[in-house]
Write a protein that binds this ligand. Sequence first.
Ligand SMILES: CC(C)(COP(=O)(O)OP(=O)(O)OC[C@H]1O[C@@H](n2cnc3c(N)ncnc32)[C@H](O)[C@@H]1OP(=O)(O)O)[C@@H](O)C(=O)NCCC(=O)NCCS
Length: 160
Amino acid sequence: MSDMLVNLYAERETDNRIALAANGVTCKRALALDKQSIIGFVKQHFSTDNEGWADECSVALGRQPGSCFVAVSEQQPIGFACYDATAKGMVGPLGVAASYRQQGVATVLLNLCFEAMKADGYAYAVIGWVSSEDFYRKCCGAIAIPGSAPGVYSRMLNNL
Ligand SMILES: CC(C)(COP(=O)(O)OP(=O)(O)OC[C@H]1O[C@@H](n2cnc3c(N)ncnc32)[C@H](O)[C@@H]1OP(=O)(O)O)[C@@H](O)C(=O)NCCC(=O)NCCS
């Protein structure tokens, strides 16, 4: 699986954040005091296939300002996205609870990461170890980086 590159200066199409908010789903930068709740959500929904995501999330939530964005419905996390977790300039992990998918939640969370990274001075974002290139091509115009696998993940203890 390759990494993908996103140009942070490209014009982005309007996303669904207003429609989502009207349906009670808000997306915002997470606060450290919500760490246990967000980590619990990540473990519950994603840890079977992605054991390390809770740890990456923990790093993002430990920054100041935090580099984790969360989607919330009825005061509970229903999605999350991080940047600068595994490496500077990298986006991920990203996940949306199954019952909230296909409504544009992930696209809004990604756009919030991109806006924050652009404000931090980045020109490009790298999406790490992509499992669905089609999704990122569609939602943010990402392009695969040739020769990028396994990239930074080659340092993992259980080497991919
Ligand atoms: C991938 C994921 C984050 C998408 O979340 P989502 O909130 O449903 O995404 P969006 O609604 O913003 O989708 C945006 C577009 O991408 C499409 N899309 C969604 N998931 C897709 C996938 N797996 N493959 C291809 N296209 C996909 C949607 O149909 C939509 O297209 P449309 O605007 O033409 O309808 C979600 O399915 C998920 O959490 N999956 C498990 C974790 C995961 O794979 N994370 C990414 C790791 S690299």
